[in-house]
Design a protein. Structure first.
Length: 174
């Protein structure tokens, strides 16, 4: 180990010279000098940033387009939308509980169909905002929700048939 250290120090040149005369006094004098304050003030930058933020929020809130939805048409339509949304959410949760290797394809197909219907619903919302509260648009929105429930209901029936193949529906006993 000593050989390695000795070899290291012999190969490398180190400066072992004493500092110039008066080095310590100059160093202490610089340490004791009062610091000069920087002239750059960050206050103006923080004020400018605050103004930009406030202006941005104001412009965003004033220019934000209010999206009408089925619930905005009337209190009855709000009830209808709430019913459909909560029912669809519950049925989807139930569907996810039955996910397995046997039911994977059926569930994925149903979810893809629901996604397409959701995209169609967004188009109806755009039409509602553009054209106003036309009965045909409102009717199409309600039918969209009904179709989603039908898909979920049919999918749950298919899953039930897969899980319980011995249950024959509409059996007649003599």
């Amino acid at each position: 180990m000593e050989d390695k250290l000795q070899h290291f120090f012999s190969e490398n040149e180190f400066d072992f010279k004493e500092p110039n005369i008066g080095h310590l006094e100059r160093f202490e004098r610089k340490l004791n000098e009062p610091k000069q304050k920087q002239k750059t003030s960050w206050k103006w930058l923080s004020v400018a940033a605050s103004v930009v933020l406030v202006l941005g929020f104001w412009l965003g809130s004033n220019h934000q387009k209010r999206q009408l939805d089925l619930a905005d048409v009337s209190p009855k339509m709000q009830e209808v939308q709430n019913y459909f949304v909560s029912t669809i959410t519950e049925e989807t949760k139930t569907l996810e509980k039955y996910r397995s290797l046997e039911t994977e394809n059926i569930i994925e197909n149903a979810l893809n169909e629901l996604e397409e219907l959701e995209d169609n619903y967004k188009i109806f919302v755009e039409e509602l905002n553009k054209n106003g509260e036309h009965k045909r648009i409102i009717s199409a929105m309600i039918k969209n929700y009904q179709r989603r429930l039908e898909i979920l209901d049919n999918t749950l029936k298919q899953i039930d048939q897969i899980k319980n193949p011995n249950n024959i529906q509409n059996e007649t006993y003599i």
